[in-house]
Ligand binder design. Structure first.
Ligand SMILES: [Fe+2]
Length: 231
């Protein structure tokens, strides 16, 4: 859907920063796919696992990946990019020193991923404390989890990022529509990994679906309100 400039809020496009792209060449192909679908702004969100990574070396690796990609894409037309992270929640994550450095550039937005296996009720308190500490918590691909668990975090003030595939199928699940209508959905993501040729087709379809439901502007505005700094 050309002409609609909505942010891809969740992507794995930085070379060798996680399992999303194995090389600069792969990243350039990913950017080409986005460009072809008129996606003008992408947040690069490599995985940050608190049990495996420390913030300093994660940021060094992320920045080096970005430098390499920026240089290689110097002469090509590409979407603008902002750096962020997809941060896996853990017990006591709010106490992790330097956590604010993992926010999306120019914002206090933390893209927080929940584990798939177990939902701990303690996550509610972590989200409350993060928000009290000044973070805006956006739950990565909230569509993939038990909606009852997500509701517990929405009650504490978290917001939602949906993956495009939750909106690109034959039908949209009722709780997803409900989240959009309630204003809980502030971002849409491709969550692209590798050269997935369908990723931005799904993104495009998701935009069309939101448009058809008259919900597109709402999500777009919420995303734009974060004032993310793109390069
Ligand atoms: Fe992801």
């Amino acid at each position: 859907m050309s002409g609609i400039d909505i942010i891809d809020f969740h992507s794995h496009i930085l070379p060798s920063a996680d399992h999303g792209s194995s090389s600069v060449e792969t990243s350039l192909l990913q950017l080409e796919l986005a460009e072809r679908h008129s996606v003008g702004r992408i947040v690069a969100t490599p995985h940050f696992y608190p049990d495996r990574h420390d913030i300093e070396s994660f940021l060094n690796r992320r920045n080096a990946a970005w430098d390499a990609l920026r240089e290689a894409s110097d002469s090509v037309k590409r979407p603008k990019i902002a750096l962020g992270a997809e941060v896996l929640i853990c017990d006591g994550i709010e106490r992790l020193e330097g956590l604010e450095r993992l926010c999306i550039q120019g914002t206090n937005v933390l893209l927080l991923e929940l584990p798939f296996a177990v939902f701990k009720t303690e996550y509610r308190d972590s989200v409350s404390r993060l928000i009290k500490n000044g973070f805006q918590v956006v739950l990565a691909h909230a569509d993939r989890y038990d909606p009852a668990d997500i509701e517990l975090l929405l009650e504490r003030g978290a917001k939602i990022q949906l993956n495009a595939d939750s909106l690109s199928g034959f039908s949209v699940r009722s709780h997803i529509k409900d989240w959009v209508l309630r204003g809980e959905v502030v971002a849409l993501g491709s969550d692209i990994h590798s050269v997935d040729k369908k990723a931005y087709k799904r993104f495009d379809k998701a935009l069309s679906r939101l448009d058809k439901l008259s919900m597109l502007d709402f999500v777009k505005r919420a995303s734009d309100d974060f004032k993310i700094v793109f390069q």
